[in-house]
Write a protein that binds this ligand. Sequence first.
Ligand SMILES: Nc1ncnc2c1ncn2[C@@H]1O[C@H](COP(=O)(O)OP(=O)(O)OP(=O)(O)O)[C@@H](O)[C@H]1O
Ligand SMILES: [Mg+2]
Length: 372
Amino acid sequence: MSEREAAEDPGRALVSASGETEERALEAALRPKNLDDFVGQKRVRKQLSLVLEASRLRGSSADHVLLSGPPGLGKTTLAMIIAAEMNAPLRISSGPAIQHAGDLAAILSSLTEGEVLFLDEIHRMSRPAEEMLYMAMEDYRVDIVVGKGAGATAIPLELPPFTLVGATTRAGLLPGPLRDRFGFTGHLEFYSEEELQLVLRRSAALLDLKLSAGGFAEIAGRSRGTPRIANRLLRRVRDWALVHGLSTIEASHASAALEMYEIDAKGLDRLDRSVLQALIGKFNGGPVGLSTLAIAVGEEMETVETVAEPFLVREGLLGRTPRGRIAMPAAWQHLGLPLPEGASAVQFPALFDSLESEEEVAETEPEWFHRS
Ligand SMILES: Nc1ncnc2c1ncn2[C@@H]1O[C@H](COP(=O)(O)OP(=O)(O)OP(=O)(O)O)[C@@H](O)[C@H]1O
Ligand SMILES: [Mg+2]
């Protein structure tokens, strides 16, 4: 989101998963520096440590590594860790910065042996640069084209062995030939609440902050499975504690601080809640078309679709159907509202999954349950 939007809606800025430029400096201080400090992502961590260990034993540069996953889960952090663990220098660039093959040639030709080249947002590189990268990854060689048209000649240039670490939030957009040239692909998953608590404990220690177990749990629960959001919420809670002169931050303090920014117990912000409230209050749970829903909450369609919906869908609060958006039973629950009468089993498949015992069914089943 832009700075203007962030200023208009501080709650939205808090739970957005993407990192803003000024935030990057703060993040750097909290970034784990080695694999052991990197919390969670057990599978990726184990696989990666094997890849790195093997290359150390071989005495060669590590295989090329592709890291994919949603924003804020630790791709950049892992890239830096790879360089640190390999004791190798790190060069950083990104797809959008490489618009011509020449841009890439300039970077590649200045790499030193064993250097780690981190290409962020690698899916946004230009086609010609991508093709140059294929050869560089495979044969440590590039062809520099000099001149134009019939007189153009390709001058081959040998490269020292290097390790490419690519990061992408959109692995699906990477062309197959590029994806295939990575020796290892790590897909980062959202973090569990327990893992986020560990992230927070580590950050709190670095920031010299004291929180009770409940305080950590309260923040972790609102962090949407994302360490970047967890650390950001922790900073807001820290401000609150400072202003209120608290030495230990308890659950109630953390929740009071975050309520102030309208971040609720599940990590929903004002926009997320107003989408659910409109769906339920104005359209009886839907289905309703996206454009109508957007008008009802006074936002652009794109904002509702790309900013609010992904998390609501992930949390099982909202469903996308061919006939439009529907509120899921969890949405009523989350807003503390009773489920409407006449709700259908087709519309609410999740209702049936959430019923655990027979008594519970007897207690909660509505009248329509018997009819169908
Ligand atoms: N496993 C982790 N343990 C501890 N802190 C983490 C972990 N993963 C991420 N973080 C913290 O979260 C912040 C964001 O991580 P990072 O910049 O690596 O995310 P990213 O995946 O590169 O996001 P983007 O897609 O926006 O570039 C960092 O400040 C880092 O300290
Ligand atoms: Mg990053």
